[in-house]
Design a protein around this ligand. Structure first.
Ligand code: ADP
Length: 350
């Protein structure tokens, strides 16, 4: 249902013009949709373009980055057409961001209370000083921090508390969308778990939608409704999380990522990782960008870039030639296994 779509990227391209004649094409033809109230996860290895995409979605790209193509819409309106006033009304009010390091969002030299106050004074001029203080206290308590901490400076708080404050600030004006870029990565596992639970509860209570960016795909299996896996600037798999969690990942890269991290809960398992390196984003990549690391690659993968296309009846999409051919060794494979055949079942490359 298109009415449900809150934030959407349409064929977004982002380039870093580094001035050396070799621009980095960090985000390539990315289209995705965030529905009202849902948590959309974006996963992929470091350097694949996740943060750049997050900044593009929030219209926060700074030079040398620029939107080189495509558009981003919020409730159908193009964010890149907004003027000064439109942007002011967008930031915090409708769309807020939480970064990996809360220190990016918090001012080290002013108290937490003062920082909430600044947001309210700028965006809710009708509130009195005592109303602003009351609301800031409520927000802190919403994320499990005592309101007396309004008097603290950021350095007087633990890393977990600072991240909670950053989340509370993002929620201050009741936005529709919060974009979270690795919000728990810098924290230890216990605090990470607490904050993830907190985000879940807040989402249930307040109904905002989240774009949650992380290198850890297994984490997204627990918290997201849908997920997009990025590789070398592109979305290579886009699916309901339930399908991926049930063993339905189609792209060999998604399968590799799932084997690369321990689950936050559940049994420990061997981490096999994915051998090799992603390609240099300053260079054009003919064919599939993952082919050199892919055990299932064959001749077509060298020459023709696979498009993100629907796989099966579930509405998921994948960019892999193997997903669209009948694999010869299919009948030998057990239930729940991927339809990507082993290298032994490759068609001849000649
Ligand atoms: P991720 O968030 O997945 O780790 P990024 O979006 O940070 O990936 O980076 C994507 C690509 O853009 C990388 O190749 C990175 O080197 C490049 N990049 C990021 N920031 C800059 C910058 N300020 N100038 C030039 N290149 C950049």
């Amino acid at each position: 249902m298109t009415d449900d779509i809150l934030l959407a990227a349409h064929h977004v391209d982002v380039v870093y013009d580094t001035g050396d004649g070799r621009p980095t094409h960090a985000v390539r033809d990315v289209s995705l949709e965030l529905r009202r109230g849902e948590l959309l996860g974006i996963a992929g290895e470091s350097g694949c373009g996740k943060s750049t995409l997050a900044f593009a979605l929030a219209r926060l790209l700074q030079p040398p980055a620029r939107l080189a193509g495509g558009s981003v819409t919020l409730d159908g309106a193009d964010l890149y057409d907004l003027g000064r006033e439109g942007l002011r009304a967008l930031r915090w009010n409708r769309l807020a961001m939480v970064f990996q390091s809360a220190m990016n969002a918090l001012n080290p030299v002013t108290t937490v209370g003062r920082q909430f106050d600044d947001i309210f004074r700028a965006h809710r001029p009708g509130l009195t000083a005592s109303q602003r203080r009351l609301r800031a206290g409520e927000l802190l308590e919403l994320v499990g921090i005592d309101r007396t901490r309004l008097r603290s400076h950021p350095h007087e708080l633990s890393g977990g508390m600072r991240q909670r404050v950053a989340i509370a600030m993002a929620l201050a004006l009741d936005p529709d969308v919060v974009i979270m870029d690795e919000p728990t990565t810098a924290l230890d596992v216990v605090v990470q778990r607490e904050i993830l639970d907190e985000i879940e509860q807040l989402r249930e209570r307040l109904g905002f939608a989240v774009v949650f960016i992380t290198h850890d795909l297994n984490l997204l299996l627990e918290i997201s409704d849908r997920l997009a896996v990025m590789y070398a600037g592109r979305v290579i798999e886009y699916a309901d999380t339930a399908r991926i969690a049930a063993g339905g990942a189609v792209h060999p890269y998604t399968q590799g990522l799932l084997r690369s991290f321990p689950a936050l809960t559940g049994a420990r398992r061997d981490l096999t990782g994915i051998p090799g390196q992603p390609p240099d984003l300053r260079l054009p990549t003919p064919g599939c960008a993952f082919r050199d690391r892919c055990a299932s690659a064959y001749a077509l993968c060298e020459t023709l870039r696979p498009e993100l296309e629907p796989v099966g009846p579930t509405g998921g999409r994948a960019a892999c030639h193997r997903a669209f051919q009948a694999p010869p060794a299919m009948e030998e494979r057990g239930p729940g296994q991927s339809p990507v055949p082993s290298p032994l079942s490759r068609p001849t490359d000649s």
